[in-house]
Design a protein around this ligand. Structure first.
Ligand code: UD1
Length: 363
């Protein structure tokens, strides 16, 4: 069986790494699963892509579509046209897409339209019910044409059942992003500015922002930053800046002694920072899950989440996008009243093994 594994953007890389590793293990046992790793090139900067491949031990992609940046439609179209050419020259039996980025949807559609290629979606079924998020559209479109649904939570299973997907096509396997987190945790290390800024465990805030809602408009981003600085009690705020946010940040010119802006960090440095932080303030999806597993308080600047278990069970709290909500949330944290949280079922580091066991039965 030939499987194409698709990765395009930063949050995909930690999800595919353990799947490739589990396939390689099966290959050594003599199972006839071959794979091609297809990088769409949606993320292409060294610190958004290559450094993840190196640190997570992901093999060099077999194919790079080099799609690059563009509008949603441009990116989708470029990926589809280039991936179709790949499929026309050699068809896999199965295409595995992960997560909810543009590359996920574009490759799922392209494969499905070729006929006789099956599509498997890892992290299927999660929903924010917010159609203003491009990721929600990507999730819904991808799941509407998926054959095999690999899920991370009970809620995802329920969401899929509610759309009429039969149980035989839903495989509750756990969370491959957490496989990577647990495997790499012993290798987490301090970023180079740790000593220079005299950072101390539990005595700083990590901030990440990249959702169009929060960062595409100068005054919105500025209000969020001003509110965080005001509520921070002077603790260092470490802000690794996504390229999308960097563009808006240039126009703000905000300065505060305790705000420290950096380039996007590598996986091992970023997660060291998170693991040792007092709190993470974010609008990311994956970071809500990683903080839950590391038992680090997480304040999410969004009105909804496709990962509700991180709130109902974990350490995450949604406070919306109104900057006025930041002060009371941080006060609650400083008062020592933040929940400790539990880890969702099957987020145990073995999701990729479970996925590959399912694949084995298809060979
Ligand atoms: C994408 C995903 C989002 C994910 C995020 C993580 C979609 C719809 N969104 O959003 O779900 O959480 O990745 O990072 O797929 N850029 C660079 N260098 C790069 C990559 C991007 O400079 O290596 C710039 C682009 O030129 C663009 C901006 O960053 O202006 C945004 O990139 P894009 O891939 O369009 O979406 P993200 O905001 O990164």
């Amino acid at each position: 069986m030939l499987v194409d594994i698709i990765a395009g953007a930063r949050p995909n890389f930690m999800k595919i790494a353990p799947i490739i590793e589990a396939i390689q293990k099966e290959q050594r046992r003599g199972t006839n699963i071959k794979y091609r790793l297809v990088h769409t090139g949606q993320h292409y900067d060294r610190n958004m892509s290559d450094s993840f491949f190196e640190q997570l031990g992901i093999p060099k992609p077999s194919i790079n579509l080099e799609a690059g940046s563009g509008t949603q439609a441009e990116q989708t179209a470029t990926i589809m046209m280039r991936y179709e050419k790949v499929l026309l020259s050699a068809k896999p039996d199965l295409v595995i897409v992960v997560g909810d980025v543009t590359s996920t949807m574009a490759c799922a559609i392209t494969a499905k339209k070729m006929g006789n290629i099956k599509v498997a979606h890892v992290e299927a079924g999660i929903r924010s019910n917010d159609m203003n998020m491009p990721e929600e559209i990507n999730r819904i479109v991808t799941d509407s044409i998926t054959d095999y649904f690999f899920t991370t939570t009970h809620t995802a299973n329920d969401n899929l059942r509610a759309t009429g997907i039969p149980d035989e096509r839903i495989f509750f396997v756990g969370n491959t992003m957490i496989d990577t987190l647990l495997k790499q945790a012993p290798l987490f290390h301090q970023p180079p500015f740790w000593n220079k800024l005299k950072l101390q465990s539990g005595e700083y805030i990590v901030l990440t922002l990249h959702r169009p809602n929060n960062v595409d408009n100068v005054s919105d981003l500025k209000s969020i930053l001003v509110a965080i600085i005001k509520a921070s009690r002077g603790l260092p705020i470490i802000f690794p800046v996504h390229p999308r946010t960097a563009k808006t940040l240039e126009g703000i010119g905000i300065r505060a002694n305790n705000l420290h802006v950096s380039e996007p960090l590598s996986y091992l440095q970023f997660n060291y920072l998170v693991q040792h932080s007092k709190v993470v303030i974010t609008d990311s999806g994956g970071i809500q899950e990683e903080t839950t597993v590391m038992h680090v308080p997480c304040i999410t600047l969004r009105d909804n989440t496709e990962r509700p278990e991180t709130c109902s069970m974990g350490t995450n709290e949604l406070i919306g996008t109104n900057p006025d909500a930041i002060f009371p949330a941080l006060e609650k944290l400083f008062a020592g009243n933040w929940k400790k949280g539990n880890i969702p079922y099957m987020w145990d580091g073995k999701a990729a093994e479970r996925i590959v066991s399912v694949l084995k039965n298809m060979v």
